[in-house]
Structure formats: structure tokens, C-alpha cells
Ligand binder design. Sequence first.
Ligand SMILES: NC(=O)C1=CN([C@@H]2O[C@H](COP(=O)(O)OP(=O)(O)OC[C@H]3O[C@@H](n4cnc5c(N)ncnc54)[C@H](O)[C@@H]3O)[C@@H](O)[C@H]2O)C=CC1
Ligand SMILES: O=C(O)CCC(=O)C(=O)O
Length: 528
Amino acid sequence: MSFNILISDPLSEEGIYPLRQADNVNIVMDTGLTNEQLEERIHEFDALLVRSQTQVTRSLISKATNLKIIGRAGVGVDNIDLDAATEYGIIVVNAPNGNTNSAAEHTMAMLMALSRNIPQAYHALKNQKWDRKKYVGVELKNKTLGIVGLGRIGVEVAARAKGQRMNVVAYDPFLTEEKAEKLGIGYGTFEEVIKQADFITVHTPLLKETRHMINADAFSIMKNGVQIINCARGGIIDEDALYDAILSGKVAGAALDVFEKEPFMDHKLLELPEVVATPHLGASTIEAQESVAIDVSHDVISFLNEDMVKNPVNLPSLPKEALAKIEPYFDLAEKLGAFLIDLTNEVAEEVSISYSGELYDMDVSPLTRNLVKGILKRHLGSHVNDVNALYLAERNGIAINENKTSVLKGFTNLISVEIKTKTKQRTVAGTLLNGFGPRIVKVDNYRVDVTPKGHMVVIQHIDQPGVIGRMGSMLAKHDVNIATMQVDRSDIGGNAMMMLTIDKHLEQDALEELQNLEEIKEVVAIDL
Ligand SMILES: NC(=O)C1=CN([C@@H]2O[C@H](COP(=O)(O)OP(=O)(O)OC[C@H]3O[C@@H](n4cnc5c(N)ncnc54)[C@H](O)[C@@H]3O)[C@@H](O)[C@H]2O)C=CC1
Ligand SMILES: O=C(O)CCC(=O)C(=O)O
């Protein structure tokens, strides 16, 4: 199978070497497409690789009928409509580590440029003005740097600022006293941090919660003469409020790498001499560009070749060891879902999954996604995948309950699933037998032992002599060969269940004939 990959923003040629090496991909690199052209062509591609420039909107995603993966060569994914990607079952991957150093170094460069008026002085000199008085700066030593957002980049900036003998104080909802202590920095609430800082640098993603978090109210509690750096995302700082704060003298200077709208040709903030700026260059180093492109290329190739990705954005990612433990159960989980929905043959309203035994200690969320995928594929078709399974269940009003118990129920591991539909309630349980693969071990209250694979028939009948013989002859009449058979019953002469695996799909006429046998209450053909 071969895949078409579109690269719509400039990526490092060295970085996409893994893609060029793959023998089953065709790469189209076109960084000059307009939005309209992109929308027209996107259906041709299985994968799309972008940086921050291409806007991957809902409208674009809705036209991407063959798209399976979007790779973001960088950290921020605010240019990608993640909800839309998830709904359409498109996985988004990014490269969160490759440009950390580059962005941290750029932040320090901006901090120093700002504190010593380097861009302004350079500009004046270029215009034949030797002005030493106008460009007197301030030292960083002993000043307080307030960091808002202490993730990968924030931590690196903190270390560098300490190297400049600055006092560092940070706010991040996940920052603990221990972590702050380990890093040798102070910490506080957002207000506490911005109140005491001489310089403030933001390093959060752009989210609903962080949009305009540096606004007029925030400026009002800052020190007079504070200086602001934004090498994270335009929109974290309210640009109008910043403009006013600079005009009023509250803010002495700002260094901006990112803006609310990019790209632009002129901007009112750039008319102010207190503002120094770069056109989103935080990640623009040879090293970072190579590194992010390599990371994202590897993930795209892995995904297209049905392997695991390292940096999924719209799927929880598991550490390698955790994934290795849970992966063998994927097939069992999906098959249990598919089996149960075929057994009920009605739209699911509620699915309750119980994981027991050794599964108790594992992160079972990928199993739940696989199981729900197995159920929904029967209703909604093959576009259901790991990415959109839970979203589609929610959108279709199907409640998914998950619980775990360490109590062993006769097996070292067991997945029990109960499904409720409008008129039915059925259960199935399966296990992964060490060395023998997946098994269905219980259907409703009947014990069975069958590999969930191929063509199966589940028959509910009355426990009477001759039923099995009549049923066997009838199948023989339809040239259906029985591969395996299991029978269990509630009590002698009571309800019973027969589970067959057969060599071909049970056709409707054979099924109806079986159904017409007096002792038979229900016949369901299942193809897994
Ligand atoms: N200018 C450029 O070229 C580049 C910009 N970036 C931007 O920098 C951002 C940060 O990158 P990383 O450090 O790698 O991400 P990260 O995910 O490692 O760190 C982000 C931190 O922000 C914190 N955070 C989230 N909401 C917050 C809030 N309301 N208040 C305070 N902290 C909050 C998180 O807890 C996390 O610790 C990216 O999302 C991206 O937008 C990243 C690379 C290059
Ligand atoms: O692709 C770029 O140059 C921008 C990098 C960036 O903003 C990010 O990684 O979030």
C-alpha cells in the first residue's frame, strides 16, 4: 500500500529524510498553497505535515476524506482544529521536544535584547545616530523574572535566567513546592508572580484558559516599569492592553516573537519604540527544525504502517513499557465489542466494562477505546477508529462505564462486558490465555471456551435430547461444516447455549431454518 503525504509548511530537508527513505510514500512538498487550493487538494492525501503557518481548520478537515494523520513539526497545535480531527478520526501528532532548547535560547536572546535596547540601538546606528544616552539599559542580575507556564521551555528558561543571576519565580498550576525547590526557584499564584516580577515571560500553550491571561487587570497589578516577553503564542497577551500599558508607562518594554494574527506586514505595537520583535523565530534554528521534522516524520511513517506513535496529541499516550503490557489485549477487546453488538443486534445504549486480575494494575484506556471501536464499527462503519471511538459513543448517546477490580475471577485476567440496548441486556467475558491468545470464556451465564475469530453461531435452546443432532443435520444440509462446538446449560432440561465455529458465513436461509426448530429460541450468526 502506498501513501500520499503533503508537506504544506517549510520543513527541514534533513528532517524529512525518514519519510524520503520509506518506500511506500509519495511526498508532495508545496508550501505555497492558498487555503482554497489546500481544500481542493486535501482529499488526495493520507498524511499532512505542517508547522504553525497552515491553518488546519474544520472546513479543511471535513474535505480530507483520506487523511489519517496530521503531523505538527513543533509543539503548539493551536493552528489545528483538534476537535474536528478527533471527530473525523484523524490522529494528530506533534514534536514536543525538538525545539525546546531553541525556544528557550530565543527567549533569553529577547530578554537581553530588551533589557539592553539592542535592536533599537542597532537601528539608530544604522541610521547614523550614535546615541549612548538614549539606550542605557538595565541589568538582569538580581532582578526578578516571573515565568508563567513552567513546562519544557519554562524550565529551560528558568535555568538560563539563574545563570544570569536572576531571581526566578514561576506560576504553573502543576508546579509543586518540591519541583520549585529542586529547580532552585520561587513559586506563587499567578497574581503573586506577576506582582513581584521585573521581567515576565510567558510559556503556556494558547488555550481557552490562557487567552488574554495577561490583560489590563494583570498589567494593573504589575510593578511600574515591568518588561514583558512573549515567545510562546500570540493571544496569551492581550495586545490592545499591552499597547495601552506601554503608552501609560506601566510597561517599560516588550519583546514579542508571536502575535495574535500572523503573518502581518504592519502592527500598531511595532510603532512603539519600547517593543522589540521577531517574526515567530523561536523554533527557527537548524537544529530544532531538523529535530522536529525527524520526530514527526518517524511518527507519521509508524502510524501509516500501523505501528505505535510516540507523540499523539488527541489520544492519550502510554509509556513504552505500559503499552507493551496492554497491547496484546487490543484484539481481544475489539472482538468482545464486535461479538456483543452482533449478539444483541440492536443499537447500544450503555456499555459497562469490567477489567479484573492482572489488568487491574494496567492503564486500560486503550482497551476501552478498542472495545468501543468494535461495537461502533458495526453501527457506523469503518471510519470508526481509536481516535474517534469514545467521541462517537458520546455523540450517539452511548454511556461507557469502566471499572477495575483486582479480584481474580478464575482467570489471571478477564474483560467482562455488559451491553444494554432498548430491549436487551447481554454479557460476554474474554481472557488472554498465556501462549494461546484471546478466548471468549463466558456468554451471558454460560461458560464457553472459544477463540473469537472467523464465523460463529450462538444458539439458545432448550436442553433436550436430539437438539444437537437435528441442528447438525440441518447445517450439513446447507453444506456448513462445524469446526468446534461448545454447549452449556443452566440445569438439566433447562435453558442451554450452544456455541459453534463454522467454516463459512451462516446464510440467512440456514439461519431461519435453524430458528424454526421447536427447541431453539434464538440463533445469531457472528462474523469476527
Ligand atoms: N515561538 C516559538 O517558535 C515556539 C513557541 N512555542 C510555544 O510554547 C508553548 C510552551 O511549550 P512547552 O514548554 O514545550 O510546552 P509544555 O506543555 O511543556 O509547557 C506548557 C506549560 O504551561 C502550563 N500551563 C497550562 N495552562 C496554564 C495556565 N493557565 N497558567 C500557567 N501555566 C499553564 C502547563 O502546565 C505546562 O507546564 C507551546 O505551547 C507553544 O505554543 C513552543 C515552541 C516554539
Ligand atoms: O514551526 C515553527 O517554527 C513554530 C514553532 C512553534 O511555534 C511551536 O512549536 O509551537
